[in-house]
Design a protein around this ligand. Structure first.
Ligand code: MD3
Ligand code: FE
Length: 201
């Protein structure tokens, strides 16, 4: 069952349960490992992150930005697998955003006890392009607000294989992930992996 969360925001349940996705994540993390980045204020971010694609999202004392090199390796991020590009394009098209070609994929890893506070995604040059997110492994509760920080938030469960497309009027809405509960998932063990496909430039 596909759910519309808001105009421009749609959940495609079970759209991405193929085991090949996690196999690709393992290959990517062997080259550009998951790591804790730092906020511009110097605090460690609880979610572990890596990227694939021409550009990757990074955060450090210098701020938030997209860059072509992995700061940990000094090398380009691993290329985006063709299957990722196809999956993200198909999900976006189904949600009403044909022609989406991501150039960045941020991969987040949550273990129990880790959360992502409410934020907006606004570091991308083309805010007309949607973001496609893929949830794998342990379930999480997603908080989805409005365009203003003070807007009320709704909660939605995200399970293994769920894909969410965020575009149009929902693109700048505030959102976050509640603290991950303990558990084990057959595909990921005690972790949740989230991929977000973006058009960074
Ligand atoms: C709503 N990740 O990486 S994905 C992020 O599950 C991020 O790891 C969360 O928020 C996660 O920035 C949530 C869902 C998501 C991603 C981008 C959005 C929701 C969004 C952009 C605009 C509105
Ligand atoms: Fe986000």
């Amino acid at each position: 069952r596909d759910d519309i969360l808001a105009p421009g925001a749609m959940i495609l349940r079970g759209f991405a349960a193929q085991p090949e996705i996690l196999a690709e994540v393992t290959r990517i993390a062997a080259v550009s490992p998951f790591r804790h980045m730092q906020t511009p204020g110097g605090r460690p971010i609880g979610v572990e992150m890596t990227n694939c694609g021409a550009l990757g999202w990074v955060s450090d004392r210098g701020g938030y930005r997209y860059q072509a090199q992995d700061p940990l390796t000094g090398r380009p991020w691993p290329p985006m697998p063709a299957g990722f590009v196809a999956l993200a394009g198909a999900a976006a098209a189904r949600a009403g955003f044909p022609g989406f070609r991501p150039d960045a994929c941020l991969i987040n890893r949550y273990v129990p006890g880790v959360k992502m506070g409410l934020h907006q995604d606004r570091d991308e040059a083309d805010l007309g392009a949607p973001i496609v997110s893929v949830s794998l492994g342990l379930p999480a509760t997603f908080q989805f607000g409005g365009p203003e920080r003070r807007d009320p938030v709704a909660k939605h469960g995200l399970a293994h294989g769920d894909v969410v497309v965020w575009g149009g009027p929902a693109r700048l809405n505030w959102h976050g992930i509640l603290t991950l509960k303990p558990g084990e998932h057959p595909a990921t063990g005690a972790a949740r992996i989230n991929l977000t496909f973006r058009r960074a430039r």
